[in-house]
Structure formats: structure tokens, C-alpha cells
Ligand binder design. Structure first.
Ligand SMILES: C[S@@+](CC[C@H](N)C(=O)[O-])C[C@H]1O[C@@H](n2cnc3c(N)ncnc32)[C@H](O)[C@@H]1O
Length: 193
């Protein structure tokens, strides 16, 4: 297997970022039409800060500890995580179709149906699980130990707070049917019921 240089890791990262954000927006346009906002690129202030940290870490370590950036098996593992996470995320978006919105809906729209088939048979939050694997994988790809740990903690805490909020409304919309679904299918995010 060819060795990945620190520059090649960066190029892979930029490619992964471009594909992820563009495809999120394009799929939102496809399923929800022209009313979709630029927010569907999923680029926020805190996200840019996190991204900045990862590039700073990569730059500093490339400069002062270049050996850390030539761990090709680690980079390839990160790349595999990025591909798996992306695939899982897009499976969720396509399966949930009109029911998948980037914001959490607090009112029941007529086209919003409960989705329990496809990848939702295995996880209640496959889109979040895919995003978690993708984002942590991006840091493994860059061989960034600090950001790998940081991203894992920040993302996990984000989903720990977001999932109960989202599910509160899903129970309002779908009642008993959602409760039974939640009892038999795990969230998908480790240590979150
Ligand atoms: C960003 S999407 C995330 C969906 C899901 N949490 C996931 O990780 O795949 C958020 C929207 O999906 C809706 N949603 C989440 N799970 C759903 C399900 N099983 N069926 C229908 N809609 C769902 C929520 O009501 C919310 O408006």
C-alpha cells in the first residue's frame, strides 16, 4: 500500500469535506426543493473553529514532529472511517427522504412519516452515527491525536443533548409507535440509549 504523505492526507481531507458538504446540500435540495437554505451545507461558526483547530494541529505536528504524519496505516484507517461514515449518513438521508431535515422539526408536517425501515431498522440515528464516524475519521486520517480525542468528546456530547430533544418531538408526532420503536432499536451512538 502506497505511503501517504502529510500533504496527501490534507488533500484527502479537503476532498472529503467538499464531497460531504456539497452532497448534503444537493440531497436537501432534491428532497425539499428550492426553499432549502444555505444552512444545509452544514457549515456553522463552531464547526469552522473545530476545522481550524484540526488544520492547526496538522500544520504544527507536520512541522515539529513529521514522523507523526507518516503513519500510513492510521491514515488509511481514517480514510476507511470517512468512507463508511459518509455511506451510512447518506443511506440515512436517502432512506428517510422527506422526513430527514437538517433542523429538528417541532411541528408535525403532513409529509413527515415515521421511518423504521432500511438502515433505521438497525439504528434510530444512523445519520448521526455516520456523521460521528465521518468526523472522527477525518482526524484519524490527518493523524491528529488531539483533535481525534477532542472531536470524539465534542460530537458525543452534542448528540447526547440533541437526541432526547429530537425524540421528545418524535414522541409527540408518532406517540406509541415511536416509543415501541425506541424500545427495540438502539440509538447507534455508543453509551446513548
Ligand atoms: C438531522 S435529521 C436526523 C435524523 C436521525 N436522527 C438520524 O440520525 O438519522 C433530524 C430530523 O429527522 C427526524 N427524524 C429522526 N428520526 C426519525 C424517524 N425515525 N422517522 C422520521 N423522522 C425522523 C426528526 O424529527 C428531525 O426533524
Amino acid at each position: 500500500m502506497a505511503e501517504l504523505s502529510s500533504l496527501e492526507e490534507l488533500w484527502w481531507m479537503l476532498g472529503a469535506l467538499f464531497f460531504f458538504h456539497t452532497s448534503e446540500y444537493v440531497l436537501a435540495l432534491l428532497f425539499h426543493g428550492r426553499g432549502v437554505s444555505l444552512g444545509s451545507f452544514l457549515i456553522s461558526g463552531p464547526y469552522l473553529v473545530a476545522l481550524g483547530c484540526s488544520f492547526v494541529e496538522h500544520g504544527v505536528e507536520s512541522r515539529y514532529a513529521p514522523w507523526m504524519k507518516t503513519l500510513s496505516p492510521v491514515s488509511y484507517m481514517g480514510l476507511a472511517m470517512v468512507v463508511v461514515g459518509e455511506f451510512m449518513r447518506k443511506c440515512a438521508v436517502v432512506t428517510a427522504n422527506h422526513s430527514f431535515t437538517h433542523d429538528i422539526k417541532t411541528f408535525h408536517r403532513p409529509e413527515h412519516r415515521l421511518v423504521t425501515h432500511g438502515i433505521y431498522r438497525f439504528f434510530r440515528h444512523p445519520g448521526y452515527l455516520g456523521f460521528l464516524i465521518w468526523s472522527v475519521g477525518s482526524q484519524v486520517l490527518l493523524c491528529n491525536p488531539v483533535c481525534t480525542v477532542g472531536y470524539t468528546i465534542v460530537m458525543w456530547r452534542f448528540f447526547r443533548d440533541r437526541i432526547p430533544y429530537e425524540e421528545f418531538f418524535l414522541v409527540q408526532f408518532f406517540g406509541e409507535e415511536y416509543q415501541q420503536y425506541a424500545e427495540r432499536v438502539p440509538s447507534g451512538i455508543p453509551f446513548i440509549q
